[in-house]
Ligand binder design. Structure first.
Ligand code: ADP
Ligand code: MG
Length: 684
């Protein structure tokens, strides 16, 4: 295992880790991993037991197993696609290993007669059971070591393998002794120390640590404490600041309503009134707008925008991704330009010149409304008179983002929109500075999305159904979720789906969108789907929350068993937006784990996003936060607000004590859990 580089510190940038090159740095930052210390706090989302060697006679497709056997045949095929087919036997049975690429230096090792240890998922192949690109070691060499502990799996992002994670984490763990434990001596004696807990979770668990395991609890407690401390400081600084009064007569809003083809629902009206009352005060609004997918939050955002514009102030609206920013921009253009209002657009992928022009217009005050991504709040963008900030569907909108916003000069009002509810205990402890408005009814005329669950062996049947939909002029989403272990397999799977669909439905335009495409390419594919030129959109994981294509009324999700409930609900929310009847088909690959079966059952029976979010929290384990990236404001790394309520009770007293006894520790804990982007020291 790689040792630490000389000069590696907990506060070093992740680029100081061996194996993290310049291309990986932004991808890690995107996952909120900025420093070596953050990697230490990147915790497993699950574990596998590879200590047990399975007898080949007992293997079944769908299982993940470790095997040990002798290589009895190596077949190197060059025609078509180069591949190696390696047969292994353990006396009880045989297994085929299929490799599509193999480093030249390793080829010599794959010889008949050698003993091989492999771990991977079993699939039913053409020649019987096979493993594709398993993890492997030659077992007849002295350095061979079968795993002695559980093997951790880390939340990942496209293109980062588990092997890479484990190498980086091993390096970070060499610095573990330097990590201060600020709660040492402040917790009951039976609690484990921070370092002990981290080491156990990363590398030495013998049994899968349940969420109640003291190691998880120790970390969850510190995370809740960090959030609570940050909010207390924020509240202190916020209370002393004044926001502009955004009082409007409602003239723009009335002109807007006169052109709108529908009227706001009662729920929308009520929420708009709550927001308008906040905006008219000097105290900066900190309001969370909760409303299920499709409940019409954008209209509420428009109402707040118009009030602020009429009062003479600027409005900035931020979406988490460029695709969403672009959609919002298009919607606002359609809505507001007829009223003579200009809608600016600022995202990272625009030309430097376009960005500079937008930034200048904002700084000069000639541009009053801008929609964009994080770029809106990066250095170099200043606002002449920012009165209102709206954040749509921010998946990790936490205290530190709020703080970052407040730094943009004068204190603006803030509206955060989310499809995820927050429980009361959480609202009181961790988000104590936010007030909540709820849209509790969907616009009229929606029909619930019919949801079917079926094994992927029934895929061919689907084609008939799809044909039918296409003939009726409908459009279709086809989602292939991320396969965390292998990007190659994932892209292959998506490309294979495109090819299958093209073969089965000749003449139908099928588009592909995946995470490795540049944003301009993604936008192009999205635009083609939106215009109807593309009829079926195959997507890896990137159908963004909030995407609105009313003509799409069938959503098919492959490997639905791999997705979290929140994500499934968000994806399903992409259909059922027009008035026609829509359906969502969840394909799974058997066998199903107990939890996966439960998730699919919930999806089939429940349409209420709040109920689903609750169930999601119940079923989720610690550390499973990035894999379910749409969990909204509940997004914590370790803590689970429902399950860890008992910990929340401890938090305020612990916070009081730390604030009195060790203000530097307060600063450090907040920075450790939340303050990765900026130095927290500047606030409060
Ligand atoms: P979300 O809350 O998920 O952001 P949107 O704001 O995108 O939902 O709204 C979903 C769809 O519902 C949009 O097509 C929008 O135009 C429509 N919509 C919003 N409010 C109403 C309403 N009061 N009556 C009818 N349709 C509405
Ligand atoms: Mg939305």
């Amino acid at each position: 295992m790689a040792g630490a580089k000389a000069g590696l510190y907990l506060q070093s940038s992740v680029s100081a880790l061996r194996g993290v090159g310049p291309a990986l740095v932004p991808r890690l930052q995107h996952m909120d991993l900025w420093r070596v210390q953050d990697v230490l706090f990147h915790l497993p989302s699950r574990y596998q037991d590879r200590r047990h060697i399975a007898s080949m006679a007992t293997l079944q497709p769908g299982q993940e197993r470790a095997i040990l056997g002798e290589i009895v045949r190596v077949d190197h095929q060059r025609g078509g696609r180069e591949q190696w087919l390696v047969t292994v036997s353990d006396g009880s049975g045989r297994l085929q290993i299929r490799l599509f690429h193999m480093a030249v230096a390793l080829r010599a090792q794959w010889q008949v007669g050698r003993r091989l240890w492999c771990f991977g998922e079993l699939r039913g192949g053409f020649h019987g059971l096979e493993m594709i690109h398993p993890e492997w070691q030659m077992a007849d060499v002295p350095q061979f070591q079968a795993p002695r502990h559980l093997t951790p799996f880390y939340p990942s992002s496209e293109g980062i393998t588990q092997t890479q994670w484990r190498r980086w984490i091993a390096q970070a763990l060499t610095l573990l002794d330097q990590l201060p434990d600020y709660l040492e001596g402040r917790l009951p004696p039976q609690w484990p120390g921070l370092r002990e807990g981290l080491r156990l979770l990363h590398e030495s668990a013998d049994e899968i640590p349940s969420p109640q395991h003291p190691a998880w609890q120790r970390l969850a407690l510190e995370e809740l404490l960090a959030n609570h401390l940050a909010v207390r400081r924020m509240r202190q600084s916020g209370m002393t600041q004044n926001a502009p009064c955004l009082r409007s007569e409602g003239q723009l809003w009335r002109r807007f309503l006169a052109r709108l083809p529908f009227s706001p629902t009662m729920a929308q009206e009520r929420v708009i009134a709550e927001i308008n009352a906040d905006l008219a005060r000097h105290r900066p609004m900190r309001r969370l707008l909760q409303g299920d997918v499709g409940s019409g939050k954008t209209l509420v955002a428009a109402a707040a925008t118009l009030a602020a514009l009429e009062a003479g102030y600027q409005v900035a609206m931020m979406a988490p991704t460029e695709i969403l920013a672009e959609q919002l921009h298009a919607r606002f253009q359609q809505w507001l330009e007829p009223l003579g209002l200009e809608v600016g657009y600022l995202v990272g992928s625009r030309s430097p010149r376009a960005r500079r022009e937008a930034a200048e217009a904002l700084a000069g005050g000639s541009l009053r409304l801008v929609i964009g991504t994080q770029s809106l709040f990066q250095e170099g963008v200043a606002f002449a008179c920012l009165g209102l900030v709206i954040i749509d569907e921010q998946h990790r909108f936490g205290v530190e983002q709020r703080r970052q916003l407040l730094e943009k000069g004068a204190m603006p009002h803030l509206l955060v929109m989310t499809a995820t509810p927050i429980p009361r205990t959480l609202a009181m402890t961790v988000h104590a500075d936010l007030e909540v408005s709820v849209i509790d009814a969907l616009p009229p005329g929606r029909t619930p999305v019919e949801t079917l669950v079926m094994p992927d062996s029934r895929r061919p049947e689907l084609i008939g159904r799809m044909q039918h939909m296409l003939e009726a002029g409908r459009q279709i989403y086809w989602v292939c979720p991320l396969i965390e272990e292998s990007e190659i397999l994932e892209l292959q799977a998506a490309e294979a789906s495109v090819a299958d669909l093209q073969a089965a439905l000749p003449g139908v335009a099928v588009g592909l969108i995946h995470g490795r495409m540049r944003s301009a390419e993604k936008a192009e594919v999205m635009a083609a789907f939106q215009s109807g030129a593309v009829r079926i959109l195959v997507a890896t994981t990137v159908i963004e929350v909030g995407v609105d294509v009313p003509g799409a009324s069938l959503m098919i999700i492959e490997h639905a068993e791999r997705l979290g409930l929140a994500q499934l609900h968000q994806l399903r929310g992409r259909v059922g937006r027009g008035t026609q009847r829509s359906s969502c088909i969840l394909l799974y690959h058997p066998p199903l784990s107990g939890k996966a079966r439960e998730r699919l059952r919930v999806m089939r029976e429940t349409y209420d996003g709040f109920a689903i979010a609750r169930k999601d929290l119940e079923l989720r384990g610690p550390g499973e936060y990035l894999g379910t990236r749409q969990a909204g404001i509940l997004q914590m790394r370790v803590a689970n607000i429902l399950r860890d309520e008992a910990l929340l009770v401890m938090v305020p007293a612990l916070a009081d004590r730390l604030l009195q006894e060790d203000p530097e520790a307060v600063q450090a804990i907040v920075q450790r859990w939340l303050g990765n982007r900026v130095d927290y020291g500047q606030v409060g």
